[in-house]
Write a protein that binds this ligand. Structure first.
Ligand code: ZN
Ligand code: ZN
Length: 229
């Protein structure tokens, strides 16, 4: 899509870019791109579409074509009327979307407002099997891309490499069948996270600490990671 840069690159590697839908604040460095950022959709060609994709209304001088900014399909004004924030597309302002995409956009807004702050705040875990090391796991606030692990006693010590959210291939829950949580389900004691790095499959075990003070925060963190992952 043709775009014209309108500002110099910021220190975070992001740039304000003017597209035909509006201003977007996007990262131009692939390795630092947020795991949640998606590209703008390709717009359907006006000349190929003579009726609304949703209600079938025939386009005319009175019934104009409108492109949904999230899926790129063409609709009539009634089927593409709502303007919502599209955080995954990094638009600065709310954008016009179709009725299907309104539902999807609301889920994404919820993810950004409810779930990402939890991942950014972080929680404590015991890393690995034997000789477990207590670490703090949190999402990198600059890129929204990597889970970072630091020693709780020494923030400069990194007990494990970063895990990029887009490299996660599966998340397995580990539960304790002998203990139930408040919802009656077996208590979550940790997760086994499979991911791809340096051209090979790897895994990392995040165990929920036993102390009651840290437990609920850590369980909440893992449940959120599952929702987002
Ligand atoms: Zn319509
Ligand atoms: Zn749409």
């Amino acid at each position: 899509m043709a775009s014209s840069p309108t500002s110099p690159t910021s220190p975070s590697g992001k740039k304000l870019v003017n597209t035909k839908s509006g201003l977007r604040m996007i990262c131009l460095i692939d390795d630092e791109r947020s795991a949640f950022e998606i590209d703008e959709p390709k717009w359907q060609n006006d000349n190929d579409h003579h009726i609304c994709n949703k209600c079938g209304a025939k386009f005319s001088f009175k019934t104009r074509r409108h492109h949904c900014r999230r899926c790129g399909k063409i609709y009539c004004g009634s089927c593409c009327t709502t303007k919502v924030a599209l955080p995954r597309l990094s638009f600065v302002d709310p954008q016009r979307v179709c009725t299907d995409c309104v539902i999807q956009a609301k889920k994404e807004i919820e993810m950004f407002e409810r779930y990402l702050p939890i991942l950014l705040k972080g929680a404590e875990f015991d890393l690995g099997d034997s000789d477990a090391k207590r670490c703090k796991c949190k999402l990198n606030a600059k890129t929204y891309r990597d889970l970072m692990f630091t020693d709780v006693k020494d923030a400069n010590s990194l007990p494990h490499e970063n895990v990029c959210l887009t490299d996660i291939t599966s998340i397995h829950c580990m539960t304790d069948p002998l203990n139930q949580s408040s919802d009656g389900k077996p208590q979550l004691v940790g997760i086994n996270l499979d991911y791809f790095s340096d051209s090979r499959s790897k895994s990392i075990k995040l165990n929920v600490p036993n102390e009651s003070l840290n437990r609920s925060t850590s369980v909440h963190y893992l449940r959120t990671l599952q929702k987002v992952g």
